[in-house]
Design a protein around this ligand. Structure first.
Ligand SMILES: Nc1ncnc2c1ncn2[C@@H]1O[C@H](COP(=O)(O)OP(=O)(O)O)[C@@H](O)[C@H]1O
Ligand SMILES: [Mg+2]
Length: 226
């Protein structure tokens, strides 16, 4: 791998993807720069998760390319791709983090609520979970401090979220997807001003309350300080 590479950290070029006969991603292209936070927005079924799966090479495209730095994901060996994976973290979003608790307390919460494991065991499991997603060492951070990490480590972040408010706070740029296509890419201000009717419809709709499906203890309660 070249160490002097100055192009985008992730480059998706004209990606086409099918599940069986069904077209899922239709010529999707986007770049994510080093140290950039890209938020992917779009309704359910738009293809956001499929796009993420391609970026970490869990899926293979019908056509098009995914480059991680200057490496074409299509054509590097599993051994080499694993070297790249070792530098990637993957965090599956469930519910929002509680801002009044540390990261470790947030991750430990379901274990405390749902199991009878001892504290010491929960502590080990929690630290292992954070290690697995590349967030080892941040246990004592408050959620609001997590974003400082990206500045400290020049982290490149791709986030899928339905939470519009946080999307606009954390994003350097936003990609809006609809029916397997990218319909807008831009800074939060550019997206707000984007005249595409689907983009405006998406920004102005009533937010989906995903946490409504989460168990009660994961739902942010109104009285909780943030
Ligand atoms: N494993 C799969 N097999 C067949 N179809 C799938 C599979 N995963 C997702 N799909 C379909 O692909 C489309 C995009 O899904 P997905 O990428 O999960 O969208 P999003 O994350 O934006 O909700 C949806 O229509 C979904 O039903
Ligand atoms: Mg999804």
């Amino acid at each position: 791998m070249r160490h002097d590479f100055e192009g985008p950290m992730i480059r998706v070029v004209d990606l086409v993807s099918h599940y069986g006969e069904r077209l899922i991603l239709n010529h999707v292209s986007l770049d994510v720069g080093a140290g950039e936070t890209m938020v992917i927005l779009g309704g359910s079924g738009a293809g956001k998760s499929t796009l993420l799966r391609h970026i970490i090479r869990l899926e293979r495209p019908t056509a098009g390319h995914v480059y991680i730095r200057d490496q074409d994901a299509c054509c590097i060996s599993e051994e080499r791709f694993n070297l790249l994976r070792a530098k990637m973290g993957m965090l599956f979003q469930s519910a929002a983090l509680f801002n009044s608790m540390t990261v470790e307390e947030n991750v430990a919460l379901p274990l405390r609520e749902l199991t009878h494991l001892e504290d010491s065991t929960i502590r080990i499991m929690t630290r292992m979970k954070l290690e697995l997603v590349g967030l080892g060492g941040v246990e004592d951070y408050m959620p609001s401090e997590l974003l400082k990490l990206k500045h400290a480590f020049m982290m490149t972040i791709v986030v899928v979220t339905h939470e519009m408010a946080s999307a606009f706070v954390i994003a350097d740029r936003i990609t809006v997807m609809h029916h397997g296509e990218v319909i807008a890419i831009g800074t939060p201000d550019e997206i707000r001003a984007n005249p595409h009717p689907r983009v405006q419809q998406f920004l102005n709709r009533t937010p989906e309350i995903e946490t409504a499906e989460a168990p009660a203890y994961l739902r942010p309660s109104e009285g909780r300080p943030s």
